[in-house]
Design a protein around this ligand. Structure first.
Ligand code: 1DF
Ligand code: MN
Length: 333
């Protein structure tokens, strides 16, 4: 069975070096800890070289585990901690390199293009180039940029480009934004344990509740980690949205929150290998809305494969989870 993993991280030397510069100046940004741990001068983490490796150990590990393809994306926080000009240049470089490796291994790699949200017009141009000239498969964005979210009108050119190009935007985690991060600063909460999911689920709900999805009804979005807990919460979101003591603000919505979630979002299983959560998500969202992912190199490959090999689904459903849904959503041939 073809196995396409859909949240697989990579980097390029120029961006790793630029993040080493970021690590050299301690800051209050909630991604500083991660950047320092991976790219800091003192770092002994193997992650930097695993992120830079595409054609050696990565392909060998894919082969050893029967993984057909990585849908590659520039690792978090992408270019979103750099100033806008630097970010645009590095995004273009990363997309060029990504397209080259996909061209060398079209059956093993596909790619999500990156862009600099803080330069929205140039981002939209780069998005068009990434699809029309580089033939990449969609987009990745690492949640907030300078503590702002994509529902903000200044980012609408990005949403418009994704909708016009008919390509999905994967909203990947980064640490919580400045206004959200307070209580996450202790105990390592800002990372993947909890903060990443709260950051992305908040972002997704901003897109839903702002009415932006009435303006861009065909926008396709993807979130990882079994939907960042949103599937589990949908009933209550619908219920309280309708009846909340705290009034809804702004334009009335055309659909209920769960209807937007089912219409505009798909989820992946990155780093969530709980069969009950998978079963629940499939029953809540439908089998066509769930895609397999590993989250290489942050999660090991073998357990992600055995999780999906042993998932309590029919073989027809497993085909959808492992590759048919990814082929449809990300235009993978
Ligand atoms: C971690 C997790 C790092 C995920 C990631 O990229 C990442 C982590 C910097 O645990 O440090 O993509 N993740 O998606 O859960
Ligand atoms: Mn990830």
């Amino acid at each position: 069975m073809r196995k396409i993993a859909t949240e697989e991280a990579f980097s390029i030397p120029e961006i790793a070096d630029a993040l080493e510069e970021v690590a050299a100046t301690p800051s209050l940004d909630s991604d500083y800890w991660l950047v320092d741990a991976i790219y800091g001068a003192e770092s002994k983490s193997p992650l930097r070289s695993k992120l830079l490796d595409l054609e050696d150990e990565r392909l060998a590990e894919m082969d050893a585990n029967g993984v057909s393809m990585h849908l590659l994306s520039l690792t978090a926080p992408g270019v979103q901690m750099f100033d806008a000009d630097t970010a645009c240049g590095l995004a273009e470089l990363a997309n060029d390199r990504l397209a080259e490796v996909v061209r060398r291994h079209p059956d093993r790699f596909a790619g999500l293009a990156t862009f600099a949200p803080h330069a929205p017009r140039r981002a939209a141009e780069e998005m068009a180039r990434a699809i029309e000239s580089l033939h990449l498969n969609g987009f990745i964005v690492n949640s907030h940029t300078n503590n702002e979210y994509l529902d903000n009108r200044k980012y609408w050119p990005i949403l418009e480009a994704a909708e016009d190009l008919d390509r999905c935007v994967y909203i990947h985690p980064r640490g919580p934004s400045a206004g959200l991060v307070g209580p996450f600063r202790d105990y390592g909460l800002a990372g993947a344990t909890w903060g990443y999911g709260i950051e992305v689920s908040t972002h997704a709900l901003r897109l839903i509740l702002s009415g932006v999805l009435d303006r861009f009804p065909r926008l396709q979005l993807c979130i990882g980690h079994m939907g960042e807990a949103i599937p589990f919460w949908l009933w209550r979101i619908d219920n309280r949205w309708r009846m909340s003591t705290v009034p809804q603000r702004g334009k009335p919505l055309e659909l209920t929150p769960s209807e937007y979630f089912k219409r505009n979002f798909v989820i992946t299983t990155s780093g969530q290998e709980n069969p009950l959560a998978l079963d629940y998500s499939i029953k809540t969202l439908g089998i066509d809305n769930v895609l397999w992912a590993i989250d290489h190199p942050y999660q090991p490959t073998a357990p992600a494969v055995s999780f999906m090999d042993n998932a309590p689904v029919t073989e027809e459903e497993r085909e959808k989870l492992y590759h048919l849904n990814a082929e449809r959503v990300f235009h993978i041939i």
